[in-house]
Design a protein around this ligand. Structure first.
Ligand code: GDP
Ligand code: MG
Length: 204
């Protein structure tokens, strides 16, 4: 019998150091925020899986754990991800300009991942405008499936963003999961009774 497992979908965070990836991860996992710079915001976890009962799937969010500070993120981080959340900081244009590099890494190492864009720190005076973001999305030939503005500090937009991503991913994930859950027997063909050898009833 097929087991009623809740499908878990891997979503990775990517973007420059300091844009708020670990803060998004912390908001996602514990709905808390820390501005403590010395500890940064890392929870010391690789990933955290959270159920979204409305969509009957679990979102498994992965944080880089700060590895982008010392080295480039390894390709194994991207492996098997169904989506990538490309994060920049709205108050830091450098982090916005670095997006194309991160995007390139996603499309290289996670070819089939759906890509979402997140402008974090919307509580701070912006250096990046909506027009800048629109132009970037157009330049990427519409490979961005959604854009969100968030503030991990106030919590604004964070929950809505994860809900929207889950909703966006749920349909394709569910059908894929259902296919994987099908027992082998479902694919077996019924043996037809052997037909008697054809009689040569040609009279000529
Ligand atoms: P990461 O390097 O991308 O993981 O970034 P962190 O999550 O460690 O955040 C870097 C710094 O930005 C920390 O001091 C956070 O407290 C701060 N930070 C993160 N998100 C926000 C936000 O939405 N607003 C403000 N004002 N600060 C934030
Ligand atoms: Mg971090």
């Amino acid at each position: 019998m097929a087991r009623a497992l809740v499908p878990e979908v891997k979503v990775i965070l990517t973007g420059e150091y300091g844009v708020g990836k670990s803060s998004l991860f912390r908001r996602f996992a514990t709905n808390t925020f820390t501005s403590d710079n010395s500890k940064r915001s890392t929870l010391g976890l690789d990933f955290y899986a959270k159920p979204f009962p409305d969509y009957n799937i679990k979102l498994q969010l992965w944080d880089t754990g700060g590895m982008e500070r010392v080295a480039s993120v390894t390709s194994s981080y991207y492996k098997h991800s169904e989506a990538a959340l490309l994060v920049f900081s709205l108050d830091n244009s450098d982090s916005f300009h670095a997006l194309s590099q991160h995007l390139l890494e996603v499309v290289t190492y996670a070819e089939t991942a759906r890509i979402f864009l997140c402008g974090n720190k919307c509580d701070l005076p912006p250096q990046v405008s909506d027009q800048d973001v629109e132009a970037f999305i157009e330049e990427t030939s519409d490979c961005i499936a959604g854009f969100f503005k968030t503030s991990c500090k106030t919590g604004e937009g964070v929950q809505d963003m994860f809900n929207a991503i889950t909703s966006n991913l749920s349909i394709q994930v569910k059908s894929k999961h259902e296919l994987l859950q099908l027992e082998e027997a479902s694919f077996q063909v019924t043996q037809l009774p052997e037909e008697p050898p054809a009689q040569d009833d040609c009279l000529c």
